[in-house]
Design a protein around this ligand. Structure first.
Ligand code: RIB
Ligand code: CA
Length: 310
């Protein structure tokens, strides 16, 4: 059983990733930390609560992470891609008040699990950066940390160079890449190709027995129509964040390399991630080495996604 702590900004692809984790028999969700990103933190909290309610798992704690970049710059949200409230055409109605936990709850959870948790970061790296900075005062981090972020020698999705989770707080990304130990980054190199087609969603809507089946189509039809505007004839859309959970349970289906990671913080290349991919990389002293996932078995990903969502 993989025990996970999720950092998320749902957002349609985050929502599918959370659903995947909630439905998968080999994953136990210890808590969900909500950040700003695709949507405001307030919307992220409401959307997470809504998903937990559908799953009947309201006991899973919702924890408040960062609500803005570490620099204090105003966050840029992406309601155009994810819908008015972040879940496409789904508009969760808030009937109850939502119980949320302060940030320090994260450390209670890590302690309760003796650190044997995987932290799966699906949003900006602001909260994770704070955790790395806290760690300097001997507060333990999760055993494994996985991050959806970066674009290595492939185009970005916010600018031609930068991926959204890095671009949203490049200062935090630099802190994490510099202070983290053996982190796993799953960049756009993989996630841009994790496309779930409109036909797959139609199939799931018809046959899935999951309590989430009713929201698959209204979430995805909005999200994929926005992608269609950006990439004509894409037929579907990439569910970036889902790839992290698929990787967690099926590492042999992914190809990765170990490299030092660097982040550009400002100017025209703001949010650019780069690494030295030569056979004998030029390693910088005192800079950690991380895992960068660069390729995957797409057919396996698709089959696995459908099976879990059934
Ligand atoms: O660049 C893709 C990432 O940015 C995903 O995590 C998506 O949800 C957005 O946060
Ligand atoms: Ca996300």
């Amino acid at each position: 059983m993989e025990k996970v702590l999720i950092v998320a900004d749902p957002g349609v692809d985050d929502a599918f990733a959370i659903i995947y984790a909630l439905l998968h028999p080999d994953i136990e969700v210890a808590g969900i930390i909500n950040e700003y990103g695709n949507v405001s933190q307030e919307d992220a909290v409401r959307n997470t609560w809504y998903l937990l309610k559908i799953a009947g798992k309201e006991e899973i704690p919702i924890i408040l992470g960062a609500h803005q970049p570490l620099t204090g710059n105003s966050p840029e949200y992406f309601y155009n891609i994810h819908g008015v409230e972040g879940l496409g055409f789904v508009r969760p109605r808030l009937k109850d008040s939502i119980t949320v936990f302060p940030f320090m709850k994260v450390y209670d959870l890590i302690r309760e699990h003796n650190g044997k948790l995987t932290l799966v970061n699906l949003s900006r790296l602001s909260t994770l950066a704070l955790m790395h900075l806290h760690q300097e005062s001997n507060i333990e981090l999760a055993e494994n940390i996985m991050i959806m972020g970066g674009a290595f020698h492939v185009p970005g999705n916010v600018t031609h160079l930068a991926e959204a989770n890095i671009y949203g707080d490049p200062h935090a990304a630099k802190v994490v890449a510099t202070h983290g130990k053996d982190l796993t980054f799953i960049p756009l190199n993989v996630t841009n190709r994790a496309i779930i087609s409109n036909e797959a969603i139609t199939y799931l809507t018809k046959y899935s027995k999951s309590p989430f089946a009713k929201i698959f189509h209204p979430m995805m039809s909005y999200y994929s129509s926005q992608y269609e505007n950006i990439i004509p004839n894409i037929n579907g859309a990439p569910l970036h964040d889902v790839t992290l959970f698929c990787y967690l349970l099926n590492k042999e289906r992914f190809y990765s390399v170990n490299r030092q990671i660097f982040v550009v913080e400002s100017d025209a290349s703001k949010g650019l991630t780069y690494a030295d991919f030569r056979h004998v990389p030029d390693m910088k002293a005192n800079h950690p080495i991380h895992t960068i996932v660069l390729d995957f078995d797409y057919n396996f990903f698709l089959q696995d996604f459908i099976q879990v969502m059934m």
